[in-house]
Design a protein around this ligand. Structure first.
Ligand SMILES: [Zn+2]
Length: 341
C-alpha cells in the first residue's frame, strides 16, 4: 500500500514534468483523479483493507489526492501563462491598436524642401558628418588665424596631427566644395544634414542642429537665382510668400555676402518676444561663392559664379509652428512629438 502511494506520486510528478500543454495536463488528471483513475482506484480499494490499517492508508491516499490536485492545477496555470493554450484568451476581443509613428517635424521639413528643390531639378547631396579643418575651413576661405578655427565652437577629434585635423562638421558649406570636386559644373544642389557646435544650449541654440544649404553655380547666375532659392525655401515652409530683406553680411566663403531676414511670422512684423520686438528674424546667410572657394573647387572664378543660401531648419520649424524653445526638438518628449504626426 505504502509502495503504491509512493510509486503513484513519483509517476504523477514525472508525467506532469513532461506535459507540454494544458490538454496533456487534463489527460493526466483523468488518468489519476478520474472515475477510473489510479488514485480513485486506491481509494476504492480501502474497503477491502483490514479496519486497523484502513485509517492510516486512507489518510495517506487523501493527502496524495489533494497534493495531486494542487500539482495538476499549478502545472496547468504555468502552461497557460506561457501561452500554451487559448482557453483563457478571448479571441473575439478587440485587439490593441499599434500607435502609428510619425516623422520628426524637422525631418518633415527637410523632405518638403527636398521635394520642392527636386521639382526645380536640384540634386540632393549627402556628405560625411566627420570632416576636416582642410574641408571646412581652408576650402571655405577662412584665414589661418580666423577665430572660428580655434574657438570653442568646433568639436575637434582627438588624436589627429595638426595638418590634418578632423572635426564634426560645424557647418555644411565645406561639403559644397566636396560635391563640386566630384564632377564638372554647372551645379544645382541642396545639401541637408546635421551640424555640430560645442556651445551652451539655450532656448535658441542647440549643440546639434540641422542645416539646409542650397547652391547654384553656372557661367552667368543672375541675382534672381538667389531670390529663387530664398523664395522656394520660405514658400515651402510657410505655404505662402513671405516678406524678406537682404542686408550686407560678412562670411569668409561669400563675396558679396548677405544676411537674409524674414518678417516674423508670429507677430506679422509688429514685434513680439520671438523676434525681440523688431518684427524681423535673421534666418539665413547667403551670397556669391568667394573666388577662393571656387578655386578650391577647381573652377575659374572669372568663368563661373553662383549663389549660396544656408538655412538653420530648426529656426524655420519654430516659426512654422510657433515653437519657442529649440531644445524641445531633441527632448524625445512624446507629448511634443505626437503633435506632428
Ligand atoms: Zn515677432
Amino acid at each position: 500500500m505504502a509502495d503504491d502511494v509512493s510509486e503513484l506520486k513519483a509517476a504523477l510528478e514525472s508525467a506532469l514534468a513532461q506535459a507540454a500543454t494544458p490538454d496533456a495536463v487534463e489527460q493526466i488528471r483523468v488518468a489519476y483523479l478520474g472515475r477510473k483513475g489510479h488514485i480513485t482506484g486506491l481509494l476504492k480499494g480501502l474497503g477491502k483493507m483490514p479496519p486497523e490499517a484502513r485509517k492510516a492508508a486512507g489518510q495517506r491516499i487523501n493527502e496524495l489526492k489533494s497534493a495531486a490536485a494542487d500539482a495538476l492545477e499549478a502545472r496547468k496555470l504555468s502552461l497557460v501563462d506561457a501561452g500554451g493554450s487559448a482557453v483563457t484568451i478571448d479571441v473575439t476581443a478587440p485587439g490593441l491598436l499599434a500607435a502609428p509613428g510619425g516623422l520628426h517635424p524637422i525631418t518633415q521639413m527637410m523632405y518638403d524642401l527636398d521635394d520642392a528643390f527636386a521639382a526645380l531639378n536640384f540634386e540632393v547631396y549627402q556628405g560625411p558628418e566627420i570632416t576636416s579643418e582642410a574641408s571646412d575651413f581652408d576650402n571655405m576661405n577662412f584665414p589661418p588665424d580666423h577665430p572660428a578655427r580655434e574657438s570653442m565652437d568646433t568639436y575637434w577629434l582627438s588624436g589627429e596631427s595638426n595638418d590634418a585635423r578632423r572635426c564634426l562638421r560645424p557647418h555644411l558649406t565645406g561639403g559644397s566644395v566636396r560635391r563640386m570636386l566630384e564632377g564638372p559644373p554647372p551645379y544645382r544642389f541642396v545639401y541637408p544634414g546635421h551640424v555640430y557646435r560645442n556651445e551652451t544650449t539655450d532656448a535658441r541654440h542647440e549643440r546639434a542642429f540641422v542645416q539646409y544649404e542650397a547652391l547654384i553655380v553656372d557661367r552667368d547666375v543672375p541675382f534672381t537665382a538667389g531670390r529663387l532659392l530664398i523664395d522656394t525655401i520660405l514658400q515651402t515652409v510657410f505655404g505662402r510668400p513671405v516678406k524678406t530683406r537682404m542686408r550686407a553680411g560678412f562670411f569668409p566663403f561669400v563675396e558679396p555676402g548677405y544676411e537674409i531676414d524674414m518678417e516674423c511670422q508670429v507677430c506679422s512684423g509688429s514685434g513680439c518676444s520671438v523676434c525681440k520686438h523688431v518684427g524681423w528674424l535673421e534666418v539665413m546667410p547667403g551670397g556669391v561663392p568667394h573666388p577662393n572657394v571656387l578655386r578650391r573647387a577647381g573652377l575659374d572664378p572669372d568663368e563661373w559664379t553662383g549663389f549660396y543660401v544656408n538655412v538653420g531648419l530648426d529656426r524655420l520649424v519654430m516659426m512654422r509652428y510657433g515653437i519657442d524653445d529649440v531644445r524641445l526638438f531633441h527632448s524625445a518628449d512624446l507629448r511634443f512629438l505626437r503633435q506632428f504626426r
